[in-house]
Design a protein around this ligand. Structure first.
Ligand code: ZN
Length: 541
């Protein structure tokens, strides 16, 4: 009875004196992405955390809000999390001239001059040109670069990274001359025997090697740029798939200085120096930065026939692809990674990699119930190998836009039968009932909406192919949204703090003008990010 009175008094007190709270967002459809996938009309936020979701009237009775915002019928989602991207390198790319989509060599020169005017010092580095997009589909010549930039080295990488054009200053810096011979590379010549500036493969790599290495200040700038770009598309957290010690230390300093608003789950690149250093250190968890995993590479990419396959390539009968890291080396490191308390995440594209690496994981941590060791990409997986993923709790981490980018040629590499075993996201999701999604930007576009679109519809931006590419492996809308929020958080051991809008979690959220659960395919890509909130604060306020 006494208890009952005490309870009644508390309730009365609550009614007459609502608790103070920071912010109410109302007149919205809030997708909480809780276990029931429930929606609400409003969300209450206090001290950076979600206080409650529910009806506006009820929340206003319970709390006294310092501020209320009418979202005018918009849609609220947990802040998007990209479970596999190259966030820091993306930022570096933003400091270089973007030449993707240029329709002529003249347009390349125009973009370069505009960039050079804003950035008057040092090397001019650009990437993304493709002479196949130009009226005259021939390689360019350095003549214009030499006359426009006689005193600045210029290096412009082709879209595929296998060719580049450099001016005289840049060629000189790399000590490349008309007489230079490079194995696995080529220096194109003018009819008179002079270098045209176009470099192929290892010749381009020779020049890449002399490009100035970014210092801590340059990385800080890159991270600030990447962070702003991510928030603009609704991303509040990223898993960066490969950072070195300098980059991690810059992130940590920025976090301490209050400059980091993005949550960064930073995978440590498994370079020898990084392994030696971090395997002796405990994992790190700060307010924004979380370091408790290593990123290894088992094999290469499918497009360049680097993915390691069990059977030869369909379009190259003597070729199985390659091991970027020998399985024996991965098997050597796996127990060391486990003993140091880290998660192991390995890039695996081909079906041989997607068999061998799970075997190594299973032998190392397969007995532990919740290790969450990840296979990044899990692109071609033979169904017979699903058993080991399932039994040993190995997590596939996939990027749905890869399916719709690769679908035009993946069948050439794999042949019809193996193609059906590739990009099999629904099958992979069924292994554990959850699946983290990412993009691999800047390899793909940064926008998480493209991930959602590719996962659900499995078509390109013009709706090709009709009915979707291997549509049996499409995800439902709910699965896709979970994959880019709560399941991505789970893959980084952060599901208790992020990934859904539930009481006590970080108030990271994105406001869109579209309902992702209903919008038609063409309409979906037109979705606009109206606002992004991190820790209850609107970015840009
Ligand atoms: Zn990647």
């Amino acid at each position: 009875m006494r208890l009952y009175f005490a309870l009644l008094l508390t309730l009365l007190a609550a009614c007459s004196h609502p608790q103070p709270a920071d912010l109410l967002l109302y007149n919205a459809t809030v997708f909480t992405v809780d276990s029931a996938f429930s929606t609400a009309e409003a969300i209450a936020i206090h001290q950076g955390k979600v206080l409650a979701t529910g009806d506006r009237a009820v929340l206003e009775k319970t709390y006294r809000f310092a501020e209320s915002r009418d979202l005018k019928g918009a849609f609220v989602y947990p802040g998007f999390i990209d479970a596999h991207c190259h966030f820091v390198y993306y930022g570096l790319n933003l400091q270089q001239v973007d030449l993707k989509g240029t329709r002529s060599w003249d347009e390349v020169l125009v973009r370069l001059q505009a960039f050079a005017a804003e950035n008057p010092q040092g090397w001019l580095i650009g990437r993304g040109w493709d002479q196949n997009d130009w009226p005259e589909t021939v390689y360019p010549d350095r003549a214009a670069l030499d006359s426009l930039f006689p005193n600045r080295p210029v290096y412009l990488g082709r879209v595929d990274g296998h060719a580049a054009v450099a001016n005289a200053q840049a060629l000189l810096a790399a000590q490349l001359y008309a007489s230079t011979q490079i194995t696995g590379g080529e220096l194109l010549k003018r009819p008179n025997g002079e270098l045209s500036g176009v470099l192929m493969d290892n010749a381009a790599n020779r020049l890449e090697a002399v490009l100035p290495a970014p210092d801590a200040a340059a990385w800080r700038e890159a991270i600030l740029d990447a962070q702003a770009a991510c928030h603009a598309v609704g991303l509040t957290s990223v898993h960066d798939a490969g950072l070195n010690r300098l980059q991690l230390e810059v992130l940590q300093k920025m976090e301490a200085a209050g400059e980091l608003s993005m949550g960064v789950y930073g995978m440590i690149s498994a370079f020898p120096e990084e392994l030696a250093y971090y395997l002796k250190k405990a994992p790190y968890r700060g307010s924004h930065l979380h370091v408790r995993s290593f990123k290894f590479y088992a094999d290469g990419a499918l497009g360049s026939r680097g993915a390691r396959l069990k059977e030869p390539y369909h379009d190259d009968h003597n070729h199985f692809g390659l091991w970027v890291t020998e399985p024996d080396t991965l098997a050597y490191y796996a127990p060391l990674v486990a003993a140091a308390g880290y998660q192991m995440n390995t890039h695996c594209i081909g079906d041989a990699a997607n068999q061998r690496i799970p075997e190594i994981y299973a032998a190392t941590v397969g007995q532990q119930s919740d290790h969450r060791w990840r296979v990044e990409h899990a692109q071609v997986v033979t169904p017979v190998d699903y058993a080991i993923y399932k039994k040993a709790g190995i997590v596939p981490s996939v990027q749905p836009t890869h399916a719709t980018s690769d679908m035009y040629w993946a069948g050439d590499r794999l042949g019809a039968k193996r193609l059906t075993q590739a990009y099999a996201y629904q099958n992979l999701l069924q292994l554990h009932g959850w699946l983290p999604l990412g993009t691999d930007f800047p390899v793909e576009d940064i926008s998480p909406l493209k991930t959602f679109y590719a996962a659900v519809f499995r078509v390109d931006s013009v709706g090709y192919p009709e009915g979707g590419f291997q549509a049996e492996n499409a995800l439902t809308r709910e699965q896709a949204l979970r994959g880019m929020t709560i399941w991505a958080a789970h893959a980084g051991f952060e599901e208790k703090e992020k990934g859904s809008l539930e009481a006590g979690k970080q108030a990271d959220l994105v406001v869109l003008d579209r309902n992702l659960m209903e919008a038609a395919a063409p309409d979906l890509l037109k979705s606009k990010v109206l606002a992004t909130y991190v820790g209850g604060k609107r970015i840009g306020d």
